[in-house]
Design a protein around this ligand. Structure first.
Ligand SMILES: Cc1cc2nc3c(=O)[nH]c(=O)nc-3n(C[C@H](O)[C@H](O)[C@H](O)COP(=O)(O)O)c2cc1C
Length: 140
């Protein structure tokens, strides 16, 4: 399967999580393409069989916590995901709160089918990446 792993990262933690997800896909014998969200266009989406889309979260810890604006902006205009299995993931410092739900609804609005969700703390962004990849691949 060809898996697109796309991420929005400012300080590198979400890129680390995305890298661990792509590595887990490759270790399982799949082809993974790892790219920042800003570099994803229609052809990257059309060519993949499954996708993992991730972002860091921004907000005020207790309220207004959501995926980075650049990620939701990208999703608002993203190429149609046409029923493809998608996993959504975030990295955070304290609590992701509703961030995964925001990503899930954004993916669903573009026609994707969310099959896995994952949040990791920025102290250990790779934690749980392999299990998340397994759940995504199992649904693909
Ligand atoms: C402006 C800003 C706001 C943030 N707000 C939150 C927040 O409300 N809750 C939280 O848990 N983490 C918050 N964080 C922490 C980041 O989500 C976390 O460090 C993340 O792993 C950063 O990912 P990156 O290194 O890929 O950019 C915030 C970080 C920044 C820079």
């Amino acid at each position: 399967m060809k898996v697109l792993v796309a991420y929005e990262s400012k300080g590198g933690h979400t890129r680390r999580a995305a890298t661990a997800i792509a590595d887990a896909c490759r270790a399982d014998g799949h082809d993974a393409v790892l790219l920042p969200l800003g570099q994803i266009g229609r052809s990257e989406v059309e060519q993949c069989d499954a996708a993992a889309l991730g972002s860091w979260v921004e907000g005020f810890i207790l309220f207004g916590v959501k995926p980075a604006r650049a990620a939701t902006r990208w999703l608002d205009q993203a190429p149609l995901l046409a029923g493809k299995p998608v996993g959504v993931f975030v990295t955070y410092a304290v609590h992701p709160r509703g961030s995964l739900g925001v990503l899930r609804r954004g993916v669903e609005a573009r026609g994707g089918k969310v099959v896995a969700e994952h949040a990791s703390r920025h102290q250990d962004p790779e934690a749980g990446a392999a299990d998340f990849a397994r759940r995504l691949l199992a649904a693909g």
